[in-house]
Ligand binder design. Sequence first.
Ligand code: PRP
Ligand code: URA
Length: 209
Amino acid sequence: MSNITIFDHPLIQHKTSLLRQKSTTNKEFRELVEEITMLMCYESLRDLPLEDVEIETPITKTTQKMLKGKKLAVVPILRAGLGMVNGLLRLVPSAKVGHIGMYRDEVTMQPMEYYCKLPADIDKRLIVVVDPMLATGGSAIDAVRQIKSYGGNQIKFLCLIAAPEGIKALSEAHPDIDIFCANVDQGLNENCYIVPGLGDAGDRIFGTK
Ligand code: PRP
Ligand code: URA
């Protein structure tokens, strides 16, 4: 069973409610996605390894902690995952970025992969897969499977809104990954959209509808 973290921070809840509103503009939507991702990043990277480093303050020499290695890769699931990338890069600017292109077939709801480009040393990195929506879980399950086929072995999945069905499916398919959800909603409707959700995340980020 995956390690599952559901956030209950008031800032995350407030910003997600703004995100859900249909009156929110594309510009506001993009800004909110980035802000919520930053807040999630703070907590989800709590276990990054540290090392002792000698530094000098204006007062004295001292041994303090700094991040060890900085071997991180962010992998957005296109398109909507792109909206979360900067939220992570603002806090971990040296991270490498891979991309997995995937869309849900509108009839079968099955994920269709159209692109995959990952950092060459993906097997040595902590990989943070980002996608705002975890609905049936099909896209996330396939993306993680693809990353594992390239050697990825230390994987965290971050989403803004999850359906309980998606969390169950993803954690059963990949019990070794850590799952972080800013919010968990009631479930899916007959079109496999999350209810109450926020609609189509990709269209709202990129203004394509
Ligand atoms: C959305 C979303 C996820 C997927 C979730 O992408 O960003 O990738 O659906 O659904 P699932 O859990 O049932 O697989 P979409 O297929 O709309 O593509 P887009 O990001 O290009 O709009
Ligand atoms: N993809 C979205 O963008 N929204 C949903 O509610 C489900 C899948």
